[in-house]
Design a protein around this ligand. Sequence first.
Ligand code: SF4
Length: 371
Amino acid sequence: MSEPTLVFEEPKQRKKPPSHFADFTPEERRAKVEELGLPGYRANQISTHYFTHYDDDPESWSDFPAAARTLVRENLLPPLITLVRSITCDEGMTRKDLWRLHDGVLVESVLMRYPERTTVCISSQAGCGMNCPFCATGQAGLTRNLSAAEITAQIVAAARACDRGELPGGPTRLSNIVFMGMGEPLANYNAVLRTVRNIITPQPDGLGIGARSVTLSTVGLVPAIEKLTEENLQIKLAISLHTPDDELRDSLVPINLRWKIKEVLAAADGYADKTGRRYSIEYALIRDINDQKWRADLLGRLLKNRNAHVNLIPLNPTPGSKWTASRKEDERAFVETLENYGVPVTVRDTRGREIEGACGQLAALEISSRP
Ligand code: SF4
């Protein structure tokens, strides 16, 4: 199969993030460790500290030779993300972290504790090149792709916060990961796939979180969905559709100019057929834009025989935006219409609303408040 042509390149060359242990496969990690003059088995120790104990500071590793700690830190575990600030809401059960990367770029992740699970929503790019007009991240454009280790570091930080009981309710286990923060994950395919493998590989070489607990959300880069299908992983695919008609989608999700709804759904069907996993349709309900009854009908007709469910997202308005959330009665009517077609539908919990919970908003605020 040929490599997909991804249309959105990084706008300019930036200094690459330092390479890191989590950028590599387990075999490559062993080779890197040996290149430093250390026995290959030290790679297992490093993996255990990083992926099992969420400890990325070799200076604290008592089972590691003191002389090798600095070597490992400088060459394999350089600090990649620095916390700028955290904001919490929902009585502490939702925490949004803003991270500064090595080149000053800002990204964010959101950790959400629910009674039955704890989920982190991570960023895969700094900014986003998809230019969806209702999204704060899209307005800022793409700054650069994150490396696999920069994405993985957000997850390890979340797992550490859970393990150390930083959220109310005491220590817990990070159970779910969603690629729904800043960026289009499939436009950063290789780094995102390395991250997925870091997540699902059993400990010590990975975090040992089941593939079924990972959700990857895309606007519909068809060749990349097809490539992902060939990986035959059990991760959940989410398609940010936002409207069932090409006419509106061309402006709401401009990548639709390249790949139409029919092609995107065909690719998602292919994913569901290969993996046996139902995919989800993400639909941000925007008042008087895409929340009409006729659009619910059209969506119902489009999905009624597909292995898909709809996740309606009450829009989290961005500051100064003309887009706003649907009226509750329109939201209810939308749900009922889909149910009449037998299409499974849920309305997403709107965690993080008071802390600028839409993707990219915290970083956008931080940037705009700089002198
Ligand atoms: S909605 Fe998602 S894909 Fe669209 S601009 Fe925002 S981050 Fe990018």
